[in-house]
Write a protein that binds this ligand. Structure first.
Ligand SMILES: Nc1ncnc2c1ncn2[C@@H]1O[C@H](COP(=O)(O)OP(=O)(O)O)[C@@H](O)[C@H]1O
Ligand code: SF4
Ligand SMILES: [Mg+2]
Length: 318
């Protein structure tokens, strides 16, 4: 349904082109739940904004993003507005900055629905009530302003707003990061249930692998704007290949096992736009070899649908 091919994003800063996303390719099918993971600054949000043509004017986006075969990167802003919301909806980390503080929740729903469907205000309100019910919020919330709701309720409203248009793809960019842990769980369950009911494809962006374990069907790991590993979820957690994925997994804490020392990945992620002649993870990699500093590893399929960019692995024989 969604095909991303060689997506590259760079920003023009003081006459220099700083590349923050490099040749990212993947596919998303109906009913799929793909988790995009990586530390802060790895290009997760930039990638989502690039798909939706929502990046700042100093951004240059190259490559291809096709939705049902139609190239999105060539659409005019007017054409793109018809796709956004209706076909691809986004839920951001901070619901307060996505909702308009001077409009009631009702106004948000009516405006959103009437922009995309030829319906009366009465029908829009009916759909708004149904959408709120699906996220377990009482319809009395329609008369309220965003500041009168809790953080968890605001995020539920955002999800209801995104899903009331019945999009084919929901992009959720760290939707629970700003919420406390008990509310996080409710929001994740909600996304999981709604996804099952509607078969919407979900692109879930997070730096939290515990969430991925619970929600995703596939995992894609980004580092310094490049794909390091992509695998079905079970395979990823059972048999992670890339040293960076293994380092991320090593930082997970489990309540089932004996408490252990908190782990962190040694060193820092690279500076924005840093150029590498070899593997970008080389400065922090515990498994590096001499070749890693000078030769860039290419992405290889090491087992069925399991791709890794690392010199430690060879392409599986087909
Ligand atoms: N408008 C912008 N101008 C310049 N650099 C940007 C801009 N937006 C994001 N970046 C840089 O792009 C990189 C990736 O950012 P982002 O996608 O937000 O990371 P994350 O994986 O945490 O979501 C970061 O280094 C960030 O500083
Ligand atoms: S290519 Fe080398 S440096 Fe990069 S992750 Fe693999 S072993 Fe480590
Ligand atoms: Mg982000």
């Amino acid at each position: 349904m969604l095909e991303v091919n060689n997506l590259r994003v760079s920003f023009k800063i003081e006459a220099k082109d700083i590349a923050v996303l490099k040749n990212l390719s993947y596919e998303l099918e109906e009913g799929d739940v793909l988790a995009l993971v990586g530390e802060s600054g790895s290009g997760k949000s930039v990638h989502a904004l690039a798909i939706c043509s929502l990046l700042a004017d100093n951004a240059k986006v190259e490559g291809s993003v096709k939705l049902e075969g139609k190239e999105l990167l060539k659409l005019s802003p007017k054409e793109m507005r018809k796709v956004l919301g209706r076909k691809i909806a986004m839920v951001f980390q901070d619901p307060m900055s996505s909702l308009n503080p001077v409009l009631t929740i009702q106004s948000h729903f009516v405006e959103t629905l009437k922009t995309h469907f030829k319906i009366t205000k009465k029908t829009a309100l009916q759909r708004a009530k149904e959408a709120l019910k699906s996220v377990e919020i009482d319809e009395s919330c329609l008369k309220k302003y965003p500041h009168q709701l809790s953080g968890g309720m605001r995020q539920r409203v955002m999800i209801a707003l995104a899903l009331c248009l019945k999009p084919q793809i929901l992009i959720a960019d760290e939707p629970t990061t700003a919420l406390d842990v008990s509310v996080q769980k409710q929001i994740l369950d909600l996304i999981k249930n709604l996804q099952k009911e509607t078969n919407t494809a979900v692109l879930f962006i997070t730096h939290n692998l515990a969430i991925v374990q619970d929600l995703a069907k596939r995992v894609l790991v980004l580092y310094a704007g490049e794909k390091m590993e992509e695998a079905p979820k079970e395979e990823f957690f059972k048999n992670p290949k890339h040293p960076y994925s293994r380092a991320l997994l090593n930082c997970l804490i489990s309540i089932d096992k004996k408490p252990k020392k908190l782990n962190a990945i040694e060193g820092n992620p690279p500076q924005s736009g840093q150029v590498f002649s070899g593997c970008p993870f080389e400065p922090r990699c515990p498994n590096k070899k001499a070749i890693c500093a000078t030769k860039k590893p290419v992405l290889k399929e090491v087992s069925k649908k399991h791709f890794v960019a690392c010199h430690l692995y060879k392409e599986a024989e087909k």
